[in-house]
Design a protein around this ligand. Structure first.
Ligand code: AMP
Length: 609
């Protein structure tokens, strides 16, 4: 496919506001692509050059982009006065894409293909070292010269990391599924049924490899059967299993019968991949964190040797002096790009492993939890049987999480109390015969947190979708409150639930405003629905943890509001307990279903009290 044709699709997608229509347009694009063009097209639609877990967005500085434009203008013999005003013009339009389009740099004669542009961008992204900047500028200028103005629009936005089509993973999964549906659209019931079944298969494959490009390529090559080739593999993060919540030990045992119950540790979730020679670690939102946690990589390599494995655990800062773990606020300081070794000596990590997904070339995710745990303990013994012991002996980094197996609700409650007294968040109960359900939240894992026992409040993770100008004392900060939303995985939408104006220090508010300014859009992006209109809309990207007094029904917000209903859910007295969290992406925010569940838990508790 010519890059110009690809750009025409992007232009159409940009004007669409409904998710269904967006998926349908993306499906039309996919149908026109060859199998090998599918991955680059999907990565670029996501604003990336590789699958997002590779973590290499282009994010070129505007200075470089402007110099590339200047060079392209010079080579095409355009007005020199224009060249010297590029900086002002960019400031005026605020959009590198619109500027690039208006400059009319290219001849459009090159007719480069999508694959060629992607390959050229890969070369530009990889260039490093002395002279690399000039080389980048000159290569980018060449691209501008060979593209149409419309293509220049998308190229400029892409290289600056500002494509912002608002196409989430679930829209891409929808679109991929649509390319396979054979039932005619007129047969609404049949179409929906086929779509549901096919979509589930596409999503399952995605959950196993986190690479929509790979899934797309297989589908274009071999259709639905091609997905059978996608198996868990070392090096491709598996989308992580998530927990449901319940309110007491009795409810947990009623739901699971005899269950394994573990401490819920509050640190970094790590999915550790060992390929027999090297180790890679992925965070909960599938970013690679290997470089940040050298002691985990080192010990995993020593322990596993030539074996292949994927396992998961929670890494916590360890306080050797008191032989205890650090709270999350201290552990989080290990998340850094600089001075990693010094910091790892100051706050070493211990990793409490709790699941095994792959071992010696074999995926074990479909085995019952009890069997996975048995095999996990053969790799990482469970040292902690008594309260006085630690999960990990002082000289080691890894140890199996603390766990009891019981069918007695009182024992669950007692274990919960013990764990809370030690300062942990609560417990996670696991269904003994449950499989590891990649990428989904269900009752195979159930959390019971401190906050839902007793106190009314519980934290939720909200995506920021807009912010308000500061008033009064906050005028000087330029921000007075943010608008937070929950995620609806069924529709891919972000639905407003709270306007939050407290919880941060002045300094943190200022930092947050600067971060949000980078994401400002002219209106709500498609998929963002809010009952309130903030002063500035932003791309849903940052997730903050919010504490509130209670959940109420409210006509103001959109969360949980179905068609015909006038009330959604709202948080009463919300306050931020953390600034933007690096470990959660927008689709990891609390979901509408979780909010409904929390609301029910709150109501039941109200009835009991
Ligand atoms: P939450 O983020 O509140 O939904 O809780 C789920 C998180 O708890 C997981 O993503 C893990 O990072 C963490 N966690 C801590 N201890 C465990 C455990 N024993 N088993 C599974 N997850 C755990």
């Amino acid at each position: 496919m010519k890059f110009d044709t690809f750009s025409e699709y992007l232009a159409r997608m940009e004007t669409i506001s409904g998710r269904l229509e967006l998926a349908s347009q993306l499906a039309s694009l996919l149908r026109e692509l060859s199998p090998s063009e599918t991955p680059p097209a999907l990565y670029m639609v996501q604003g990336q050059l590789y699958p997002p877990f590779v973590g290499a967005p282009m994010g070129m500085a505007s200075r470089l982009l402007l110099r590339a434009m200047e060079k392209a203008l010079e080579e095409s013999g355009k007005d020199p006065a224009l060249r010297s005003r590029l900086g002002d013009l960019l400031a005026e339009s605020g959009d590198p894409g619109i500027l690039a389009e208006r400059l009319n740099m290219g001849t459009g004669m090159g007719k480069m293909g999508l694959g060629e542009i992607h390959a050229a961008l890969l070369v530009i992204a990889k260039q490093a070292g002395s002279g690399s900047q000039e080389e980048k500028i000159s290569r980018l200028a060449d691209l501008f010269l060979s593209l149409s103005p419309l293509s220049a629009r998308y190229l400029a936005r892409f290289v600056m990391g500002r494509l912002r089509l608002g196409v989430g993973d679930s829209t891409i999964v929808d679109a991929l599924a649509r390319t396979l549906i054979e039932t005619p659209l007129e047969d609404t019931v049949g179409w929906k049924a086929e779509m549901k079944a096919v979509r589930q298969k596409v999503e399952d494959a995605y959950n196993l490899c986190s690479d929509l490009g790979r899934v797309g390529e297989m589908l274009r090559k071999e259709g639905l059967v091609g997905l059978d080739h996608i198996r868990p593999s070392v090096g491709f993060p598996i989308r992580m299993a998530l927990c449901e919540r319940l309110g007491s030990g009795a409810e947990i045992i009623e739901k699971l019968g005899k269950a394994a119950v573990e401490s819920k540790y509050d640190g970094f979730r790590c999915q550790i991949h060992c390929d027999g020679t090297s180790v890679r670690i992925f965070s909960r939102n599938l970013e690679e964190t290997t470089g940040m946690f050298p002691e985990l990589a080192r010990e995993a390599r020593a322990l596993l040797g030539r074996r292949t494995a994927i396992f998961e655990g929670e890494a916590l800062g360890y306080d050797a002096e008191n032989d205890s773990y650090h709270p999350f606020q201290v552990t989080i300081t290990r998340k850094r790009k600089h001075n990693i070794l010094e910091k790892s000596e100051e706050i070493p990590l211990k990793c409490l492993v709790f699941d095994l997904l792959f071992l010696d070339g074999e995926a074990v995710m479909d085995q019952p939890f009890s069997e996975r745990r048995r095999r996990l303990e053969s790799l990482f013994p469970a040292h902690r049987r008594k309260l006085s012991e630690r999960e990990v002996p002082p000289e080691h980094v890894f140890g199996a999480s603390r766990l009891i197996v019981t069918s007695d609700p009182h024992e669950v409650d007692l274990f919960f109390d013990e764990v809370v007294e030690e300062g942990f968040e609560g417990i996670i109960a696991k269904r003994l015969d449950g499989v590891y359900t990649a990428g989904s939240r269900n009752f195979n894992w159930i959390k019971l947190k401190r906050s839902y026992k007793g106190a009314l409040s519980d934290t939720v993770d909200l995506v920021l979708i807009g912010y308000y100008r500061g008033k009064g004392l906050r005028t000087k900060l330029g921000i007075g409150a943010v608008l937070g939303a929950v995620f609806d995985p069924a529709t891919g939408e972000f639905l407003s639930i709270a306007r939050i104006g407290s919880g941060l220090t002045e300094e943190k508010w200022k930092e947050l405003r600067e971060m949000l300014d980078e994401l400002r859009t002219n209106g709500p992006l498609q998929g963002v629905r809010s009952g309130l209109v903030p002063d500035f809309w932003v791309v849903p990207k940052y997730v903050v943890t919010v504490l509130a007094d209670e959940l109420t029904r409210s006509p103001v917000h959109m969360a949980g509001r179905t068609e015909g209903e006038e009330e959604g859910y709202a948080l009463r007295f919300p306050r931020m307990v953390s600034g933007p969290r690096e470990d959660k992406g927008p689709e990891d925010a609390t979901t509408v279903t979780e909010i409904k569940r929390l609301f029910d838990l709150q109501r039941q508790r109200g009835l009991r009290e």
